[in-house]
Design a protein around this ligand. Sequence first.
Ligand code: NAP
Length: 296
Amino acid sequence: VRLLVTGSNGQVSMALKTRGQEAGFEVAAIGRPALDLEKPQSVLAAISTAIMGFRPHVVVNAAAFTAVDDAEGSPETAFAVNAESAGHVARAADAAGVPIIQLSTDYVFAGTKASHHAETDPTNPLSVYGRTKLAGEIAVARACARHLILRTAWVHSPYGRNFVKTMLALAGKQPEIRVVGDQWGNPTSAFDIADGIFAAARALRNGGEPAWGVYHFAASGDASWAQFASEIFRQSAALGGPSAKVLEIAGSEYASRAARPANSRLDSGRFAVVFGHRAPDWRVSLAVVLRELLKT
Ligand SMILES: NC(=O)c1ccc[n+]([C@@H]2O[C@H](COP(=O)([O-])OP(=O)(O)OC[C@H]3O[C@@H](n4cnc5c(N)ncnc54)[C@H](OP(=O)(O)O)[C@@H]3O)[C@@H](O)[C@H]2O)c1
């Protein structure tokens, strides 16, 4: 099965490439400079050319403007990348008769709900990032009827920039780290997202016509950022890696440009029923990422 993924060095793109062969997939990535999502008018041609050359069974749009705080200062660029260009990627897939898997985010929710979010829950993003990703969902759905939108959360991996790598780097420099304890979510490994994409792509490849639309796909189990950090340090210390004491603070005490939902936990039950696959507990998957990051 051939997958064309957008973005060269992104966490999900790297995980798809790393895990592809073992899972029976041929994965080709298209990224900068061939694909520049800041120039939406160039995207249709770039993706169409890549589709003609590689003949993928599924297109995965994993590239995005993911710097949540930076997006507050660059709303036009974030919109071009996350919304307009996502629509063009989907248009190219549709024109070639190929289904698209669009990655999206838990930050489409305001986070005021007390329990896990279902796909049918109302969205109300608090940030530019969340608004542009939601606009991307709508653009993709309009451009390509055969679309799966996978909302995931709190992505970490051995690649790129993420919370696990930030915590390990800080622990190397300071004994105590202040971490937000009143925002809840599902820390999800990019490897698990890759496995989820493979499960969905297999269903599509076998001529499946699943219920198209939005699915939540994140790790099993929940955590606050402070709990996530504590578990990183517990596991890291056991592996001989850096650790630090976690001082729990409130989100309101942590200065950041973008507002974040207090509860963005996702219910991934619909994906499990339709595609027969569920991500492991986040602590189990964290161990896989840490072993990779700490190996010498
Ligand atoms: N990270 C999270 O915590 C998180 C949470 C929920 C949902 N998501 C969603 O999951 C998906 C994958 O996220 P991720 O963590 O893998 O992202 P990431 O590691 O930040 O990677 C982003 C990718 O987008 C590419 N990209 C950014 N701007 C581009 C541009 N102008 N032109 C072409 N490519 C561009 C990057 O290119 P280069 O390879 O050239 O750097 C990179 O490959 C995204 O849709 C994201 O919104 C992420």
